[in-house]
Design a protein around this ligand. Structure first.
Ligand code: ADE
Length: 245
């Protein structure tokens, strides 16, 4: 997977060098290229924004630097049948979720265009439509200062689904948002901590009973915390022994 990120704050993405994400980079499972948008602004002040036509608050990101930076990213795209994907983080986009992360993990080349200020001149997106598959994506119903943090969220969620980029791939099978129910609670030693005991069943060695207890916990949690997910749980996934609340 090749990622290109075009931003006026390349330093913002420094944490992607750390931990398992850093390792995915080191081992060549992902190729992360961060480009400073200002490298494509050629006036003395390296200007990347200007006032909006029609008036209004804030500044708009200029088309010229974006056009050049996106062209550079296109040159790097591996030959493939499909156009590369251009993700434009925006609170006005399609909402990111685990299913979209799985779909995106299949891509060969994703270019991210995180905006600052009031956004990017719309003509950049019109121009990009014939060169990329353009996908505006929101990471949730709230507004950030800019798209960089949204890019980090997406890159991390996508990368851990790429084969070999997960410390323990088995954790993918049981985690929240994979099977339609939230994950069960977990405990480690000591068995008694400040008077709080680990549920006895987990110390019983009875694997069948433990699996049943964990599934009950998943159902309980999903019902309490995410009634929307609980309602949407596919009927065929219910087990005969499940208590359906
Ligand atoms: N930029 C600002 N807010 C955002 C959000 N919620 N998702 C993606 N990009 C954003």
């Amino acid at each position: 997977m090749r990622y290109d990120v075009i931003t006026i704050f390349p330093e913002y993405l420094a944490p992607l060098e750390l931990s398992l994400m850093g390792k995915a980079k080191e081992t060549g499972r992902v190729n992360l290229n961060i480009t400073n948008l200002r490298d494509f602004a050629f006036d003395r002040h390296k200007t990347v924004d200007d006032t909006p036509y029609g008036g209004g608050a804030g500044m708009v990101m200029k088309a010229e630097p974006w056009g050049l930076a996106l062209e550079q990213a296109l040159e790097a795209t591996p030959t493939q049948e499909q156009l590369p994907l251009l993700i434009v983080p925006s609170p006005a986009g399609q909402v990111f979720n685990q299913q979209l992360a799985y779909d995106l993990a299949e891509e060969e080349h994703i270019v991210f265009a995180p905006a600052r200020y009031e956004g990017i001149d719309e003509r950049v997106l019109d121009w990009a439509e014939t060169r990329f598959r353009v996908l505006p994506v929101s990471i949730g119903d709230y507004v950030l200062y800019g798209g960089e943090v949204a890019v980090m969220v997406m890159i991390e969620a996508i990368t851990r689904l790429i084969p070999g980029a997960m410390g323990n791939p088995e954790s993918l099978e049981e985690e929240s948002h994979t099977g339609g129910l939230l994950e069960y609670p977990v405990y480690t030693k000591p068995a008694d901590w400040r008077g709080h005991r680990v549920p006895d069943i987990l110390l019983s060695g009875n694997h069948g009973a433990i699996a049943r207890w964990r599934r009950d916990q998943q159902i309980e949690r999903t019902f309490d915390r995410r009634p929307d997910m609980f309602k949407a749980y596919p009927p065929e996934n219910w087990d005969k022994k499940d208590r359906k609340k």
